[in-house]
Design a protein around this ligand. Sequence first.
Ligand SMILES: Cc1cc2nc3c(=O)[nH]c(=O)nc-3n(C[C@H](O)[C@H](O)[C@H](O)COP(=O)(O)O)c2cc1C
Length: 118
Amino acid sequence: MKNALIVYYSRKGENYWSGSIKNLSKGNTEIVAEMIAEITGADLFEVDTVKSYDRDYYVCIEEAKKELREGARPELKSRPDSLEGYDTIFVGYPNWWSTMPMAMFTFLESYDLPGSCC
Ligand SMILES: Cc1cc2nc3c(=O)[nH]c(=O)nc-3n(C[C@H](O)[C@H](O)[C@H](O)COP(=O)(O)O)c2cc1C
């Protein structure tokens, strides 16, 4: 697939995996994003925040709930200057409180993406 990008957010470390909390060297979404990259040849971009979430899974859950309630838009470490060279963009993220991690809103809202919605 030409001119394709995979943008994803994923939590490493303490996370939920196959029914229990495990210490993951790679997040679940990250693994899927890499599979899609292998199949499609798309570029990969990992969304990451300047401020880290707590290492403890349950503390992170509460931090994310607070961010959701406040409508936070966490600052990102980096992002591509432009997405204009891409025809297809895959967006991957875990379910955080029944929506996207707030960092994905920061990312998506920082571009003019016609036809997209979130
Ligand atoms: C902050 C936070 C909030 C979550 N909220 C939900 C939820 O509302 N519903 C759900 O089914 N799973 C929820 N989960 C579990 C994640 O969606 C699940 O573990 C996912 O596979 C994590 O993907 P990742 O490893 O790519 O980060 C939550 C996990 C975290 C860390």
